[in-house]
Design a protein around this ligand. Structure first.
Ligand SMILES: [Zn+2]
Length: 267
């Protein structure tokens, strides 16, 4: 498996995808999306591997969903890197316990947080401290959903990220639209903050990010299965590559190397 861009082949990782079962289907009818489905779609799109976390759901501590993440990663160890999803509203003690289970026992490889769906403030120290502590202890990154809500603003997230410089923080969707400029600003100010490409759809904003922070701090992501993999791959591999004049070395970083070095940081 390899991604072909301009006659060169790349090992390619999707840094943002989802797995799991939902009681109610997503807008396009998906109620169950498991490892088998993800791997089939990776094959079709020419990607080697995907970082996956649970589909969003209200009023849950994600314990069942996180268990499924571990099972699916065990079935496809070379194709799926599973992160856990945490709802910090269950309180600092529950969060610390859940993270010990997810990162220690289940050996999940990172933490996904969604400030809007889970409805918390990512600068609320009491709720967030056990998360940064666990990320530090287990040497894993945190990925936040950003954009579409002031709760998920890169500026709010950066407040605590800036105090936890040894924890890599990925801004999923790099702010989507109205928050892209802010995402670029905080990634420039903080060595541990990275930007992920999914969902951003306006070329001037994508170019602002690629020019503003450089290709060493940008990770390819799709937000699959919410978005089709091929659509998100083409956006970067074809359109941004042409518009930003990306070279082979840039593509290698964006499609794999940046994520791999985040995953291996501190080791
Ligand atoms: Zn997502």
């Amino acid at each position: 498996m390899a991604l072909r861009i301009n006659d060169a082949e790349f090992y390619a990782i999707d840094a943002h995808s989802h797995l799991g079962r939902r009681k109610t289907p997503l807008g396009h009818g998906v109620a169950s999306f498991l490892g088998e489905d993800l791997v089939r779609n990776l094959d079709e799109a020419g990607l080697d591997c995907a970082v996956a976390f649970p589909l969003g759901a209200s009023y849950t501590d994600y314990s069942e969903a996180n268990q499924i993440m571990a099972e699916e990663m065990a079935k496809y160890p070379k194709r799926i890197i599973s992160f856990c999803r945490i709802n910090p509203n269950f309180g600092p003690e529950a969060t610390a316990k859940t993270l010990d289970h997810c990162l220690g026992t289940l050996r999940l490889r990172g933490i996904k947080l969604h400030p809007e769906i889970e409805f918390f403030d990512p600068n609320e120290a009491e709720l967030m401290e056990p998360i940064y502590d666990a990320a530090r202890r287990y040497h894993v990154p945190i990925i936040f959903h950003t954009g579409m809500s002031s709760k998920a603003s890169p500026g709010v997230i950066a407040e605590l990220a800036a105090q936890n410089k040894d924890v890599p923080v990925i801004l999923g969707h790099m702010g989507v639209s109205e928050y892209v400029k802010l995402a670029v600003a905080v990634a420039r100010q903080n060595e541990n903050i990275f930007l992920e490409t999914s969902v951003v759809g306006w070329m001037p904003l994508l170019l602002e990010a690629f020019r503003g922070v450089g290709t060493s701090k940008i990770l390819f992501g799709s937000d699959h299965p919410y978005n089709p993999l091929a659509m998100e791959v083409e956006k970067i591999a074809k359109h941004v590559t042409k518009a930003a004049k990306l070279k082979q070395d840039d593509l290698k970083k964006v499609f794999a190397d940046n994520f791999l070095s985040i995953l291996q940081h501190d080791r």
